[in-house]
Design a protein around this ligand. Structure first.
Ligand code: ATP
Ligand code: MG
Length: 408
């Protein structure tokens, strides 16, 4: 939740433990000014995660330590994020006006009703009303942001950090980190209605921020892994090869896009409380390169153009599925509150590295779209390589949004 009060000083680490890459950002705040002190990414070694959960805290700690040594950090205090998937549910719930002390019971009841894993084991939960209950008129409803995770998942995260010699100040959730990163620290966007699409490897996450708070969060079980598999199938190559090809050639060929498909009718009701499909099982894969390579800018020779076209054709149905999900979600937001017109879509995460992905969404959705710049509004430590930062910046948004938790 946004912090009230004056500027806070300090240094904080943000860690984003993704299934493909582990990211770290260290941010200092002084007199309201933010500085990125260090940042970096490392491929997530295979075997550390099963589904969304860390199953090898010792291995996770070693990887975190290696990354921290590489980037060089000044603090051991960390904010780490989890995201909505099979073992984590993040949801905005509408509740009748009630006293804040009644909310805890109401939330427990919501969890029992709607969180499947709550019936089989212990959960950790947190919630925050999006506006003070006392300000809601009688007979009206308010919204509460609820996050529920399997307790074991949270424990493994905390254990990993401890083993790495770090102190978990807070376990945060991705939608809040993204809201801070792209809206909270951008005076131009503060107060506006902004959708953020975080395109990860296993899944993607849509967050709509309005009045500086999340208005909708939804996990889409579509991510970069699906694109890689589709490319692998189309080109008859292994996933490992497809991943390399994707990084080099993935681009939106704007001239090949047809007329945008019409908007779907708005969903009658919000998607079911637990819209997640079963965990996406990945084929075993090789460790990806430690840096994200951006595709070349130069004009491609004819045979490479052909590959680019094939890659584009392979990705298109999957990107189309994402567009449909976004349309439904945007309609849902509009149907809930007339004044919440999505003014901008920000694309972030590894998928934002697909060349011209912003043009694709803007054309398909009719919403101004940009690839988010997580570094906006921050000073950069002169020690950091601008070229490296440019390369990896779309991957850093969650880590930066976590690190600035107490500063914006
Ligand atoms: N240049 C590129 N073009 C297209 N996709 C890319 C590029 N570089 C990286 N990716 C993809 O981005 C994804 C990794 O992004 P990211 O680090 O945001 O995911 P993650 O956080 O590890 O995954 P998750 O959050 O789902 O666990 C991978 O699917 C990778 O293939
Ligand atoms: Mg991620």
């Amino acid at each position: 939740m946004p912090r009230n009060g004056g500027p806070v000083s300090g240094i904080m680490l943000g860690i984003d433990f993704g299934s493909k890459f582990i990211k770290v950002a260290e941010v200092s705040a002084r007199g309201g000014e933010l500085e990125l002190l260090s940042a970096g990414i490392l491929p997530t070694p295979s075997g550390l995660l099963s589904g969304d959960a860390i199953v090898d805290p010792q291995g996770a700690a070693e990887t975190i330590k290696t990354l921290l040594q590489q980037v060089g950090v000044h603090t051991n205090k960390v904010v780490i994020t989890v995201k909505g998937q099979t073992s984590v549910v993040i949801r905005i719930i509408e509740v009748p006006k009630m006293r804040e002390d009644e909310l805890a019971d109401a939330m427990r009841w919501e969890i029992e009703r709607h969180v499947p894993f709550a019936s089989t084991g212990a959960v950790a939960m947190d919630y925050a009303p999006l506006q003070p209950m006392s300000t809601i008129p009688e007979e009206e409803t308010g919204e509460v942001l609820l996050a529920v995770a399997e307790e074991g998942l949270i424990k493994a995260v905390v254990d990993s950090l401890e083993l790495a010699g770090l102190e978990a100040v807070v376990i945060d959730i991705e939608p809040l980190a993204l809201g801070r990163c792209f809206v909270g620290k951008d005076p131009e966007l503060k107060g506006r209605t902004v959708a953020i699409l975080q395109m990860g490897a296993r899944s993607s996450e849509l967050t709509v921020i309005g009045y500086d708070n999340p208005r909708l969060t939804r996990t889409l079980n579509i991510g970069g892994n699906n694109l890689t598999s589709a490319i692998g199938n189309a080109l008859s190559v292994s996933d490992e090869e497809a991943e390399k090809i994707k990084k080099r050639y993935a681009a939106i060929l704007v001239e090949k896009l047809g007329v945008p498909t019409p908007t779907l009718p708005p969903a009658e009701e919000e998607a079911p409380f637990f819209p997640f499909s079963p965990t996406y099982e990945l084929p075993p894969e090789e460790t990806p390169p430690s840096r994200v390579e951006t595709p070349p800018e130069r004009e491609l020779p004819a045979d490479e153009k052909e590959i680019r076209e094939e890659v584009f054709e392979a990705m298109l149905p999957i990107l189309g599925d994402i567009v449909n999900e976004l349309r439904r979600s945007f309609e849902y937001v509009r149907s809930r509150a007339e004044e919440l017109q999505i003014e901008r879509l920000i694309v972030s995460g590894g998928g934002a590295l697909i060349r011209d992905i912003d043009k694709f969404f803007s054309r398909e959705l009719g919403v101004p779209t940009e690839v988010g710049d997580p570094l906006k509004g921050m000073k950069l430590n002169p020690r950091l390589s601008p070229a490296y930062l440019r390369e990896i910046s779309p991957l850093l948004s969650v880590a930066i949004g976590s690190a600035i938790r107490d500063f914006v």
